[in-house]
Design a protein around this ligand. Structure first.
Ligand SMILES: Cc1ncc(COP(=O)(O)O)c(C=O)c1O
Length: 364
């Protein structure tokens, strides 16, 4: 019989310690709760970490995608993207009045860049690729660069699952600091780039479309991140490498436990994944239990499972726009079989063992 764990174990959650709390309090007592020095300090740490020249912090990852899409795209542009992401990735293309084209995924859950190339060969009017480093596995940088240079497309990397990953050639990379991500600022996000013009434009759009002399030149937004949030971010980013390592340890342990069983890790353990999510697949057709029943039974045992993600192109809103009938056999199969297990730095060894034992007990 598995150990009894009384607290609910979610699939992800933040790690906040006393250092985070005390630096937060210091900022609360300071003169600037927003537009102060903590913003620049946090942005500097982010661009250093991602090996880029520029960073703009914003109020959340969705705002980062929105401003990036406005800076990269024009009305009507066709953009290749993945059905396997949080809805915000594709929504940002719609915000810019551009057109998402959904491409099937590979076995590791990320957009199939070979299929992207086929699409680019067939349609020379495609302008960009919005790709996601899905679950924390770093995208194939060489292939992205090849597509960027061969077909002249803009590349946005949605690195919401890969905080701090180095930008190599892509035009823009974005991060999210939502509590389930690698570092938390409550809500928060950032855009990094090496392109000065993109940086200037995004910075202006973040602040109502105003330049440094408060002249409003474009229709912008208030997407600023406060000093309160940036202070938390500064304290958290110091621990980022540790957080990633802890997630990798958890992933390794799951992989070992599932070796030669019906539970298949989405991809074999790799250091090239930051493991925002630990995802497995099961062929439920071979079992007496459905995935819904498994979720219910695990929840009764205080364990939260999640699906990442329902295909974006099959969301009701997207169906209303005429999407949903694309040929995406890998995505369809993946969606039937996938689920995410608890994976976050504060997950204890005992808790992880409890998750594994409970899973096997229910699937037996
Ligand atoms: C891949 C991806 N992109 C973008 C976002 C949006 O980030 P936020 O929740 O900070 O707006 C998320 C958040 O879940 C995400 O997983």
């Amino acid at each position: 019989m598995a150990t009894k764990i009384s607290n609910f174990i979610p699939y992800g959650k933040q790690t906040i310690d006393e250092d985070d709390i005390s630096s937060f309090i210091q900022t609360l007592k300071s003169d600037f709760l927003t537009t102060g020095s903590k913003v620049n300090e946090f942005e500097q740490k982010i661009y250093e970490k991602s090996n880029t020249k520029y960073c703009v912090s914003v109020s959340n990852g969705t705002a980062a995608l929105h401003l990036s899409a406005l800076a990269l795209l024009n009305t009507g542009d066709k953009v290749l993207t993945t059905p396997n992401s949080f809805i915000a990735t594709a929504n940002s293309i719609l915000y810019a009045k551009a057109t998402p084209i959904f491409i099937d995924i590979c076995e590791d859950g990320s957009i199939d860049l070979n299929l992207c190339e086929e699409a680019l060969k067939k349609d020379k009017s495609i302008k960009a690729i919005f790709a996601v480093s899905f679950s924390g596995k770093i995208l194939d940088q060489e292939k992205l660069h090849y597509l960027q240079t061969t077909y002249g497309v803009k590349i946005l990397e949605d690195n919401a699952h890969t905080m701090g990953v180095k930008l190599t050639h892509s035009d823009i990379s974005i991060f999210s600091f939502h509590p389930v991500k690698h570092i938390a600022t409550g809500e928060g996000g950032a855009i990094v780039t090496n392109d000065k013009a993109l940086y200037e434009k995004i910075k202006m759009l973040r602040n109502h479309g105003q330049d440094d002399k408060h002249q409003m030149l474009e229709l912008g937004y208030n997407y600023r991140l406060s000093d309160i949030s940036c202070t938390l971010g500064l304290s958290q980013i110091k621990k980022l490498d540790n957080f990633i390592e802890q997630r990798q340890q958890i992933a390794k342990k799951y992989d070992e436990a599932f070796k030669d069983t019906i539970i298949k890790p989405l991809y074999p353990y790799t250091k090239t994944s930051f493991y925002h999510l630990y995802i497995v697949t099961i062929d439920f057709n071979k079992l007496d239990i459905s995935r819904d029943e498994l979720f219910t039974k695990m929840r009764e045992k205080n364990i939260g499972l999640q699906i990442h993600y329902k295909p974006i192109n099959k969301q009701p809103y997207y169906k209303g726009l005429g999407y949903g009938d694309e040929e995406t056999p890998n995505m369809d199969k993946y969606y039937e079989e996938c689920f995410s297990l608890p994976c976050f730095p504060l997950l204890t060894s005992d808790e992880q063992e409890y998750v594994i034992k409970t899973l096997f007990m229910i699937l037996r």
